[in-house]
Each structure stands twice: as structure tokens, then as C-alpha cells.
Design a protein around this ligand. Structure first.
Ligand SMILES: C[S@@+](CC[C@H](N)C(=O)[O-])C[C@H]1O[C@@H](n2cnc3c(N)ncnc32)[C@H](O)[C@@H]1O
Length: 342
């Protein structure tokens, strides 16, 4: 059984944050309505196309085109192929996806087996043009598949919307993964090597035990690590690291640095105000920081932090760009990249 519609959107997110996605979409487009909400994903209607990079909670946003239900276990390929052919389009690629949940793990094994078999039968629907739309076959269960389409230029370039990063063995904490992922997701790929390069200087506020500092050091930066706690492992006494045992809310560098990063566990409005102050006073041109979220009204807390940053930077006459995302390695928090524009 298959049904089609064209003005619907499918989003993926961290399980438990579906309502935050919806709140964010409604804040942007008050006419937006939920069609379906499930663990780790949801579908909405009545919103015009939105750039994923301007959203915080969704990891992926795709145009929802069809819903194929009652897939028979003996042959899931035929009904799906019929539904895909009915779209009358060719695709640069086909991705096989599932919710990022415990149940999704079983679906992941299924997708690994099913993907190559389906792709073989759907070879005539593939286009060599890499800018052609990408087809996503999203399996909420073994019996159901949502067909959705991505514009490869604006959708997340990672399966499930998750940029996988490897845990480096020498990093002193798992938090290191957060900063590694943030650089991939929040800094435009073509700009990363210019904006983050050897010889630059950074301040890491709330640095201990040193996972974020490690990411900066391995990219050739010199880091002032501010924390009353000890730096550990490879980051203790490292020649590129100057450890300052000071309060991160009071510390200011003697001369401007290229980056300030901040992972202090604090109220989001305090961190937002501090980061805006760093840019407004010219201590750094780029800031990357975490905002720890409250239990409720999380999208409002992010919007309030953005407003506070805008008030402070506008008052100082500073033009800036800001983007934020709840990363795969973020739990009850989001990561923000704030950059002064010349
Ligand atoms: C989540 S941990 C940081 C982990 C670190 N980013 C890493 O990757 O290893 C938070 C750190 O912030 C520090 N912190 C909290 N409040 C602070 C303050 N006011 N000044 C300096 N450090 C602070 C804590 O001591 C703690 O080490």
C-alpha cells in the first residue's frame, strides 16, 4: 500500500527531542503542523523548504514523498521499487536509513543486507550527476518505509544525519568527540582549513581534562586552557598548552586570539553573554561553545540565547554569523558556532 504527498517533511533527531524539532519549526513557520511523531523522527506539513544548516534540533530534513506500508517479509523490494519508479525521477544515490534508537539497531542490520539488493534492482533509477536529488528509504520498522528526497546541496551529507568521528586513543576525555564533530558540522567544509589552521591561538574555557584542547592542539593551534581542574594524560604539560587555573568567566587573554571555545557547565544565558562579550571586546573572532539546555522549553532557551547574543553584538555594531546544532555527541545541550563577519 502506498500513499503520496509533496508538501511534507521528514526530520531525524536525537530520540526525545522530537517536540523540540517541532517547536523550532513552528517558531519559524507558525502554520507548520505535525503529521506524525515517533522516537528519533517526525514528519510535518505546511512549511516551505528550510535550509537544514539554519536549524538546531533536526539532524536531517527531507522532502517526504511517499509512505509504503504492509511490506511483505518475503519480498520488500518489489513494492518499494514500484513506489520509487512511480516518482518518475532519477537519483544521484539511494540511502537506507532507520531511527537512531535501540530498535533501530536491528533495522541497521536489515538495511546493510537490503541496501545492495535494492540498489541492484534500482540501477536504472540512478543518475551519474552528483547534484541530482538523493533518495532516502527510511524504515521506521521492517513493515514500513518512508520515501524521502534530499537536495544534496542543502541536506545533511551524512547517513542518518550523523557525522561519525573516531575516538582518538590519546585524547583525555570523550568530550573530544563533540568538538571534532562540531568542526565537521558547523564550519563550512571549504572554509575549515582557512578558519582553523596551524599557528593559530585559542582559549579553551572549562578545558579540563583536555578533550577539546586535544582537538585544537592536533590541528596545530596553541591553546590557553583555563580551568581550576587538572589537565590530564597527553594534555598535561603539553608544549602547545598553557594551563591557567582561573575562573573562565573572568579570564581574558592579554592579546586577541583566533578562537575561544567553551564547555563550562553553566546557565545558557551566562555562556551566551560571555561569548558575545569576547567577540564584542575583540578578544576573539570565532567562538565555539556548548549551551546546556533546561529540561523544558529547550528550543525557547536556545532562541533566548541567540537573542541575547544579537542584542550585545548589535549594540557593539558587530556583524556576525551564528549556527548551532544538537550534535550526535550532545546530550542535553547544543553546540554553537559564532563568527565575526568582516
Ligand atoms: C564538561 S567539563 C569540560 C570537558 C572538556 N571540554 C574536555 O573536553 O575534556 C567542564 C569543565 O568546566 C570547568 N568549569 C566549570 N566552571 C568553570 C569556571 N567558572 N571557570 C573555569 N572552569 C570551569 C570544570 O572544572 C570542568 O573541568
Amino acid at each position: 500500500m502506498s500513499s503520496q504527498a509533496s508538501s511534507r517533511w521528514l526530520f531525524y533527531c536525537r530520540p526525545g527531542f522530537e517536540r523540540d524539532c517541532l517547536a523550532e519549526l513552528i517558531a519559524r513557520h507558525p502554520a507548520a503542523r505535525a503529521i506524525e511523531m515517533a522516537e528519533g523522527w517526525g514528519s510535518v506539513r505546511q512549511i516551505p523548504p528550510i535550509e537544514l544548516s539554519t536549524l538546531v534540533f533536526p539532524r536531517q530534513l527531507l522532502q517526504w514523498v511517499a509512505d509504503v506500508t504492509e511490506l511483505p517479509s518475503r519480498d520488500r523490494i518489489s513494492p518499494l521499487l514500484t513506489a520509487v519508479e512511480a516518482l518518475g525521477q532519477r537519483f544521484s544515490d539511494i540511502w537506507f536509513e532507520y531511527p537512531d534508537t535501540n530498535e533501530g539497531k536491528a533495522l541497521s542490520s536489515f538495511c546493510k543486507r537490503f541496501g545492495p539488493l535494492f540498489r541492484e534492482r534500482a540501477a536504472h533509477l540512478l543518475d551519474t550527476d552528483p547534484t541530482a536529488p538523493r533518495l532516502h528509504l527510511f524504515f521506521p520498522s521492517l513493515e514500513r518505509c518512508l520515501l524521502a528526497i534530499a537536495d544534496p546541496a542543502s541536506a545533511s551529507p551524512w547517513p542518518l544525519g550523523i557525522a561519525r568521528v573516531k575516538m582518538p586513543v590519546e585524547a583525555p576525555s570523550r568530550s573530544t568527540l563533540k568538538l571534532a564533530e562540531a568542526f565537521l558540522v558547523l564550519v563550512p567544509e571549504q572554509e575549515l582549513t582557512q578558519r582553523l589552521k596551524p599557528g593559530m591561538r585559542a582559549v579553551d574555557l572549562g578545558a579540563a581534562p583536555g578533550g577539546w584542547t586535544y582537538q585544537l592542539v592536533t590541528r596545530g593551534l596553541k591553546v590557553i586552557a583555563v580551568d581550576n581542574g587538572p589537565m590530564k594524560g597527553s594534555m598535561a604539560g603539553h608544549p602547545q598548552v598553557e594551563h591557567q587555573r582561573q575562573d573562565g568567566f573572568r579570564y581574558k587573554p592579554r592579546r586577541p586570539v583566533d578562537w575561544v571555545v567553551c564547555d563550562m557547565v553553566e546557565q545558557p544565558h551566562r555562556v551566551a553573554a560571555l561569548m558575545a562579550q569576547w567577540l564584542a571586546e575583540g578578544h576573539a573572532n570565532q567562538a565555539l561553545f556548548n549551551l546546556k539546555l533546561p529540561m523544558k522549553k529547550r528550543s525557547e532557551a536556545v532562541a533566548d540565547a541567540f537573542e541575547l547574543i544579537d542584542d550585545k553584538l548589535s549594540a557593539a555594531g558587530i556583524r556576525y554569523t551564528i549556527s548551532a546544532r544538537q550534535l550526535y555527541h550532545d546530550r542535553e545541550e547544543v553546540t554553537v558556532y559564532l563568527r565575526r563577519r568582516r
